[in-house]
Design a protein around this ligand. Structure first.
Ligand SMILES: [Zn+2]
Length: 454
């Protein structure tokens, strides 16, 4: 058979176009009738309706763990009738779990042995763990769940899984090695371990667990509006969002976050100690692979260096890494935007418009849920905020955590090709101690074209 040849040259326009002129087709599939007959295999039970279901008690915000109760979100053993949360554990990795079970490589009734997996350091208990509104996007007991509810799991014959884990590590990063070599950072043997710039760190991994009434409140919508949007916009992936209003907790299939703490973790919640904080949203292309189109890795490394410095000065440094790739639009959309930028002249005045044309919005990260982790850690004020984002700043302050100083990325760390991004963001409201360009000046800020490098 002759190979299929795809067209390699597609029409390219150098003229920026007005996406508002696009006609949006409404309800194109209106009258198409699908075959409604569905054959389910033996042993498949739908949990869509509450008959024959008695979820284990879960009272979000209750004053003590035994009153609050565990999040049970596994169908195995007796979980089908007793689960009290919609969705599945492990965020997006729940699909791989299903593949492992489906391909018969994993016994779905495997009982986890959590021996020695308990937190490597303790997180001081906070009042915020026991309120209904302070923490709504993670389970504040998620690191303790399998240990404090072990007896419940056995008695009820259900799986109770952790959604948070707490460990320690050391980091080896080129930028920190360079900081030591150039005397920007000193070796102290405790935080900066040696001349190689190895740094000791305490880490916390967190999977999302949403208390739906609280999440709705943060976005200023009703719980019903939230449930309907989650159900419809995922093409009906979670029917229980609609049919089980008695179940208030949802484990969404989205990425979580990782906390990196430099210095004594106990200092983070000590109001007498200074805290430097960077909240960083994932940018794999820059963070890991060093793409120079944005300031992500330079700002992340600057944030780590400043966090280490704060810890060495007697305070603590915290870097929180959220899995919200490409402003939570994902890499596929991000690269499409890159193409549109590079083919359209790539000037700073068009920077956000390019994203809006393709995605409909300029940013899907919505920082409203981000401050939960700060409250969980017991952070009551931020002495140095290593971020220029106005959205992050406003979200934190609105949740009652004051920010004393904002620290922009130093100009010398901004790669030349990422001036387009940073100048556009500053013009749109990002914090700066420098100049805010006018619209006319933004037209003159131009990125490298593909012709310059290829
Ligand atoms: Zn980036």
């Amino acid at each position: 058979m002759a190979p299929v040849t795809l067209p390699v040259t597609l029409p390219v326009s150098a003229v920026p176009h007005d996406c508002s002129a696009h006609k949006h087709v409404k309800d194109a599939s209106a009258k198409t009738k699908a075959d409604a007959s569905v054959v389910l295999d033996d042993g498949v039970t739908l949990t869509t309706y509450p008959e024959d279901s008695s979820p284990l008690g879960l009272t979000w915000g209750a004053a003590a763990p035994e009153v609050r109760g565990p999040v049970v979100c596994s169908r195995y053993h007796d979980g089908l009738a007793k689960h009290n949360a919609i969705g599945a554990h492990s965020g997006p990795y729940c699909v791989y779990h299903a593949l492992a079970v489906g391909s018969k490589q994993l016994d779905p009734n495997h009982v986890a042995d959590y021996t020695n997996s308990q937190p490597a350091f303790s997180i001081p208990e906070q009042k915020a763990w026991y309120t209904e509104t302070d923490i709504v996007a993670m389970d504040p007991l998620g690191h303790l769940t399998p240990f404090i509810f072990d007896e419940t799991a056995k008695a009820e014959n259900v799986q109770i899984r952790p959604s948070i884990s707490v460990t320690k590590a050391s980091l080896q990063l080129f930028e920190l090695k360079d900081a030591v070599a150039n005397n920007r950072m000193k070796v102290d043997g405790k935080i900066v371990l040696n001349r190689n710039g190895d740094v000791a760190v305490s880490k916390v991994a967190v999977e999302p667990v949403w208390y739906l009434p609280g999440v709705a409140q943060r976005f200023g919508i009703t719980e019903n509006e939230l449930r309907k949007a989650l159900f419809q916009d995922t093409n009906g992936m979670y029917p229980e969002l609609i049919t089980r209003p008695d179940i208030k907790v949802f484990l969404p299939p989205v990425g979580g976050l990782t906390v990196y703490i430099f210095g004594d973790p106990a200092y983070v919640s000590d109001p007498t100690k200074k805290v430097a904080l960077r909240v960083h949203d994932e940018c794999n292309g820059s963070d890991v692979f060093g793409s120079d189109i944005c300031t992500c890795r330079p700002y992340l490394m600057f944030g780590i260096e400043e966090a280490v410095r704060e810890a060495q000065n007697g305070g603590s440094g915290v870097v929180i890494y959220f899995r919200k790739e490409g402003r939570a639009l994902g890499e596929v959309t991000k690269y499409l935007v890159y193409n549109a930028r590079k083919r359209g002249g790539d000037t700073a005045d068009e920077y956000f418009h390019r994203t809006e044309c393709i995605a409909g919005v300029r940013d899907m990260r919505f920082q409203q849920l981000m401050p939960d982790i700060l409250k969980w850690l017991g952070i009551t004020k931020i002495d140095r905020m290593l971020s220029m984002s106005n959205m992050k700043h406003d979200a934190i302050v609105e949740q009652g955590i004051p920010i004393i100083e904002r620290v922009p990325i130093p100009d010398e760390l901004v790669p030349p090709d990422s001036r387009v991004e940073i100048d556009a963001k500053i013009n749109a409201g990002y914090f700066t101690t420098g100049k805010v360009m006018t619209e006319a000046e933004l037209k003159a800020v131009q990125g490298r074209t593909w012709n310059d490098v290829v």
